[in-house]
Design a binder for this molecule. Structure first.
Ligand code: GLY
Length: 374
């Protein structure tokens, strides 16, 4: 896609809080005018991490200067540990110290950690400020920057403290993905493929027939795929913003995936979130087949595609091992998506035919895990 191609625009339709996701190459350099078009903010605080700041902060700062917007920046350490009470306090105090008013903006420049933290700080500073997401990873561009889930981790678990707070704008500059490591791209790709597996079989087929290569290499398939993923997510968020129903579909692969992340101590050298989701999605399809819900070729097709991209699909793919089936089930039981002790899974009847299954018997999960571990 040439640098000048117009951005693709996906709208998240939420009555008085609707907003645009703008997707395209080079959007960071035009961020000032895009922000001015949706906000009368005269000042902003950009929150980012040391890693992303080195690559992208100067471009954003120049864009804000060109639009005459007063700017401040807070640069935090990279990594999951930044989604914490101490860094939240630091960020909220920085917002207040910068004398931002309620009509001013917080800008999240980074991946899911920065986006979740910045969104939550914006939700509580001055009883609620608006914020803009500028996601710099594929995972953040197709998932975490869209839909308004914000928050931090607690010693009791991930994402246990937070708020639903929708951004005013999402600017997904797809050129920023050129600086990601192949592993980080693959991890984001798992979340991208998820939308095909939830309810867009044509999208999954397009990906597996070769579009995935263009997504990785920066071809026009990248913008196309991100726009389709964001459209899919926007549709789900518009009908169930606070996850009382259908939004749980977005957790396809996450029940198993979260358990694996917890059992590896959230050690990103062993398993990153997207890799856990890839294994979890492959397992959810095998579990569905094991329960007689879908044909045998469905899980094979899912695993074959994820493996073609270079993603893990089995418990045995986690370096250093993962513990017993009982240990995995124990972590699944503690997951916040377990309601009143019953197990909820996203299962499927075929490619793109996922559904929410409540009351899944624990003994069936255990038997499946034993077979997977064997
Ligand atoms: N990442 C899942 C959701 O936004 O609901």
């Amino acid at each position: 896609m040439p640098e000048t191609a117009p951005p693709r625009i996906v709208t998240v339709d939420l009555a008085g809080r609707s907003y645009e996701i703008r997707i395209g190459r080079g959007l960071l350099a035009e961020a000032g005018s895009a922000i001015s078009a949706v906000s009368a903010a005269r000042a902003v605080l950009v929150v980012t991490d040391t890693h992303v700041a080195g690559y992208h902060l100067p471009v954003l700062e120049r864009a804000l200067d060109a639009a005459g917007i007063r700017r401040h920046a807070l640069i935090l350490p990279p990594g999951e540990a930044t989604k914490s009470w101490p860094q939240l306090e630091r960020l909220v105090e920085a917002i207040l110290a910068a004398r931002l008013e309620r009509g001013d903006l917080v800008i999240a420049l980074g991946g899911g950690v920065i986006g979740d933290l910045a969104g939550f700080a914006a939700a509580i500073a001055r009883r609620g400020m608006r914020f803009v997401q500028v996601p710099t990873t594929l995972l953040a561009q197709v998932d975490s920057s869209v839909g308004g889930k914000t928050g931090i981790n607690s010693p009791h678990g991930k994402n246990l403290v937070g708020a639903f707070h929708q951004p005013a704008l999402v600017l997904a500059d797809t050129a920023l993905l050129d600086t990601l490591s192949p592993r980080e791209m693959r991890a984001g790709y798992a979340e991208l493929a998820k939308y095909g597996l939830i309810d867009r079989p044509d999208f999954f087929e397009w990906l597996e027939q070769g579009a995935w290569r263009g997504i990785f290499s920066g071809g026009p398939e990248r913008e196309e795929a991100i726009a389709i993923a964001c459209t899919a997510k926007a549709a789900i968020v518009a009908r169930d913003e606070t996850e009382t129903g259908d939004r749980a579909l977005l957790n396809l692969g996450h029940t198993f995936g979260h358990a694996l992340e917890a059992l590896t101590g959230y050690d990103g050298t062993r398993l990153v979130h997207g890799e856990g989701v890839a294994i979890g999605m492959a397992m959810a399809h095998r579990f569905s087949q094991n329960l007689g819900l879908c044909a045998q070729e469905v899980p094979s097709r899912v695993a074959a595609h994820l493996e073609a991209v270079g993603l893990p699909t089995r418990l045995a793919d986690v370096p250093g091992g993962i513990g017993t089936p009982e240990a995995i089930l124990d972590v699944i039981r503690q997951d916040k998506k377990v309601a009143r002790g019953t197990l909820t899974f996203i299962l499927t009847r075929g490619i793109g035919q996922s559904f929410i299954a409540r009351d899944v018997p624990a003994e069936k999960v255990l038997a499946f895990l034993a077979a997977e571990a064997g």
